[in-house]
Each structure stands twice: as C-alpha cells, then as structure tokens.
Design a protein around this ligand. Sequence first.
Ligand code: NAD
Ligand code: UD1
Length: 335
Amino acid sequence: MEILVTGGAGYIGSHTCVELLNSGYEVIVVDNLSNSKRESLKRVQEITGKHLKFYEIDILEKVSLEKAFSENNIEAVIHFAGFKAVGESIKMPILYYHNNITGTLILCEEMRKYNVKKLVFSSSATVYGMPKSVPISEKFPLSATNPYGRTKLMIETILQDIYASDKEWSVAILRYFNPIGAHESGRIGEDPNGTPNNLMPFITQVAVGKRDKLSIFGANYATHDGTGVRDYIHVVDIAKGHLKALEKIMKTRGIEPYNLGTGVGYSVLDVIKNFEKATNKKIPYVISEPRLGDIAECYANPIKAKTILKWSAEKNIQDMCLDAWRWQINNPNGY
Ligand code: NAD
Ligand code: UD1
C-alpha cells in the first residue's frame, strides 16, 4: 500500500517512515526541507534497508504536489508538514497561517481530486490551551494561546467540515503530547536549528558541552517540585501510533481525535534526574523566570487510543533520555 507522508524528512516524519517501511508500506515523502535535511531520509533507508520515494516540493505549490498524486497510487496520507515554533509563530503569524493552513487546504484539494480520503493529521496537545485539570481527555474544551496553536485548532475544524460535507472521508487527528528521544540506532533524531526551544534538545546540548547550563523556566508552579510537568513520550511510540491510526482509518469512515501521550507527567527536575541517571552526565542548571504562555501541568488521558487504536506507549523515560543522548553524541552537529 502506498502512503504519502508530507514532512517525512522531519523529526517525527522520519521516525514514522522507518516504522512504515518496516511494516511493508511503500512510502512517498514530500518535503521542502525547510526544517530538515535530505540526509535524514538516506538514514531512514539505511536503517530499514528499504527504498522510499522522495519529492523535494513545497505543499503550497499545487502543481508540484499534484505530481506526487499523479505519479503514484496513493491510498492514504500522513500529514506532518508544517511549522511548529510557538515563539516564531507570534512574530510571523502570516507565515504560519499560510504554511500550515493553506498547505493543508491544498493537500486536501489534491486528495479530493485523486479520491484519496484517508488522512492522519499531526495535531498537538496545545489545542487544549490552558486545561482546567489533568489528565486531559479528548472531550476537554479546545482553545489556543498563540498563532501556532490556532493553526492546529483551525485545521482540526477544517477537517471536521470536510468530513461533514463528504462522509467518505476518514480522518485521525493525533494530538501529540511531548515527543522526545530518537531511534535506538542513533542515526535519526531531532535536529533543531539554532538554540533549541524545547527541553530535551536543550538538555542534550548542555550534556555534550555545546551550552553551559539549562535555564529552568519557573520553579514556583503548583506541581510536586515547583517545575513544569509534561507528558514526555518516545518519538518511536508516537511513530507507531501513526501506523495504528492508519490501520483504523483504512477500515472506517469518520473523524476522530486521539491523544498520543503516556498518561504520566514528569517535571523538569524529574527529567534532569532521569537524564543524569541514564547517561552519567551532570546537567548544570539555574532557575529563571517562567516562560510566557507556559502552563504548570499537562498530561494525557491516553485511554481512547488504547481502546480504539489498540496503541499505548511502550518506552519509559530512561529509554527516552538514553536514545536522545545516543543521537546527540553520535551527531553532535545534527545531520
Ligand atoms: P519538523 O519541523 O521536524 O518536521 C516538519 C517537516 O515539514 C520538516 O521536514 C519541514 O521541512 C516540512 N515542511 C514544513 N513546511 C512544508 C511545506 N510547506 N511543504 C513541504 N514540507 C514542509 O517537525 P516535527 O517535530 O517532526 O513535527 C511534525 C508535525 O507534528 C508538525 O505538524 C508539528 O506541528 C506537529 N507536532 C510536533 C510536536 C513536537 O513536539 N515535535 C508536537 C505536537 C505536534
Ligand atoms: C512546547 C510548545 C507547545 C508544543 C510542545 C511540544 C511553547 C510555549 N509551547 O511546549 O506548543 O506543543 O512544545 O512540541 O513553546 N523548559 C525549561 N527550560 C528550557 C526549555 C523548556 O525549563 O530551556 C520547561 C518548560 O517550561 C516546560 C518543559 O520544560 O515546563 C517542557 O518544555 P517544552 O519542551 O518547550 O514543551 P512545552 O512547554 O510542553
């Protein structure tokens, strides 16, 4: 079965391509390499010993995207392509709305034209805004606190409208919590540009000596140790969630959101302790001001994905730390 993967050269996309190829799918990647390198796809093929087809195209370019549909026999799409940096989205909202929303609209137009109505979409726990309580279930009210989050929320709404207009569509909306870690081979992983915004890539860069120390954004939250709590989940577990979602949408019609999280929250200090234990590296840190827009606690109720998709996370925080570290030491400057 041929699967189109948009944004397949990126962090989560590349790990998903590995799982797809290992499970016997034929993979067609479209990516404009705006936030990734061709090398990641070479390594996906090296890890799996299998070939994938790559189109270096921007999904905003309808004519180019159409080639991927006309030249292949695509049966479903996994849609990762988009921009994801919250701070950047506040500074450049037009860029974010255009890339994420127009990109998705063009993709859906092509899908409709080629009668491909099966879609797995990368959403985010950010669509829960400032949740009233934890754990967070799919039924919680949705809201967004920044343009990036609003693109995810708007796309979810657009997909609901598409399904409402044509009941042949089958869409899985995957709301990821905090993907971290890397493939156990140490060959593919997260390769952020410049200073990492997210916790784990910052920690690994401190550990490898690229940065002096970590700043912990706030230590007075109402959590067990005062630092922010998140649901960190191994990227390979996230990737496997896409295969389960794909199996589900191939058999059904409708549109459903699913949380992809472990259901367990770790604080920033917990992550540091686990990283130090897994790697024997010391992480120097200072406490600094809370980051604007951050919430105290965010973790999933993952029961829906477990019961309906038959998926749950298998890897623990030690695996996440060790695999993130292996990727970092083997590739100190990324790809
Ligand atoms: P990433 O930046 O590594 O991957 C996204 C890929 O899309 C990149 O390879 C980029 O080059 C490509 N891309 C962007 N715009 C494109 C366009 N117009 N045409 C073609 N390719 C384009 O990010 P990721 O961490 O792998 O995230 C994948 C998806 O998951 C994104 O939609 C992101 O918003 C979502 N998500 C990520 C996280 C996370 O923590 N990483 C959490 C929740 C949701
Ligand atoms: C960020 C994004 C969110 C996105 C999520 C997953 C912001 C404001 N939010 O959230 O939209 O869905 O990533 O990609 O960017 N921390 C530090 N020091 C650091 C970095 C982080 O203390 O240098 C803390 C944060 O305050 C937070 C935790 O570590 O408590 C995790 O941060 P991060 O990895 O950025 O993820 P989120 O805050 O969940």
